[in-house]
Design a protein around this ligand. Structure first.
Ligand code: ZN
Length: 286
């Protein structure tokens, strides 16, 4: 297991940690401000959200790399199915392709996929996952040509209804095996997997080549809002070192990306303070 106590070059920032994923939240820093603040503190990479990038994907990608940072990812695909997905299959595919194209222009290592919830009226995980599989399989070759890895992110089962019918690493590995395409990978997020006693064995089944990212935060024992009340590492109940040990036992050596949605706490603070505390916690408790 890697030792981060004196080295945080593997630390990446997901800009959702500064509230940049939701309108009306966060300090509203420009990408340039985020890049400079991360570079000054020795972060290794940044993952952006599409709403920050607009039409500046190439420029922001270059600016990030010029500051000595990598672009660890882009969030995210549209919801592919379920009540929050665009209204038609063709609208889903258009937006999915636009997100792949932006990730490619940005030079992002991967594009996160949040698959969406249960197909309305279906009452069926099986049918919903089948439709997700069709959509993902349909764009995998285009992603490969664009040099973008598609990172399926299983979400906590609390999101099963509206945001993700993909709720376990097991099901994500199964989907990779069913589609069997080299562009397809999985992102592992502490918030979504901390409770899962089968995580270690499923990660071994997944293998390092198919782990696109490792996302850090914590699960607060008294979570107030399942979407927007994630904890800072060390403030919750997740066994962070054991989870990272499991990810690294599967061979993962990539970035560890802090991704904290926190309307109730961290988004209200000065981003400079948040970035400093992420470094400190990464070195001490992750
Ligand atoms: Zn995540």
């Amino acid at each position: 297991m890697r030792d981060f106590t004196g080295d945080h070059s593997a630390l990446a920032l997901n800009t959702a940690t500064l509230g940049h994923n939701v309108d009306g939240h966060g300090a509203g820093w420009s990408p340039e401000q985020v890049i400079d603040a991360c570079a000054q503190r020795g972060y290794g990479a940044i993952t952006y959200w599409r709403r920050e990038i607009g039409k500046r994907a190439v420029e922001i990608g270059e600016r990030t790399r010029a500051a000595g940072l990598a672009v660890s990812g882009l969030c995210r695909s549209p919801f592919l199915v379920g009540p929050l997905a665009p209204p038609t299959r063709s609208a889903v595919l258009d937006d999915f392709r636009a997100s792949i194209s932006m990730a490619s222009d940005l030079g992002a290592s991967c594009l996160t996929i949040c698959v969406g919830g249960i197909v309305p009226g279906s009452h069926s995980m099986t049918e919903s996952l089948k439709q997700v599989r069709e959509i993902v399989a349909g764009v995998a070759e285009e992603a490969q040509s664009a040099n973008v890895k598609l990172a399926l992110e299983p979400l906590h089962p609390a999101y099963g209804g509206n945001r993700s019918c993909l709720v376990t690493v097991r099901d994500a590995v199964d989907m990779c095996e069913q589609i069997e395409h080299p562009a397809l990978t999985v992102a592992i997020d502490v918030y979504h997997v901390w409770w899962d006693m089968t995580l270690g064995q499923e990660l071994l089944r997944l293998g390092a080549d198919r782990i696109a990212g490792y996302h850090l935060c914590d699960w607060l024992a008294n979570t107030q809002d399942v979407l927007l009340d994630r904890g800072m590492m060390g403030d919750g109940v997740a066994d962070l070192k054991s989870i990272r040990a499991a990810v690294e036992s599967a061979g993962y050596e990539g970035y560890c990306e802090v991704e904290i949605f926190s309307a109730l706490n961290w988004w209200k603070r000065d981003p400079n303070e948040v970035l400093d505390i992420c470094v400190e916690r990464f070195r001490s408790v992750c």
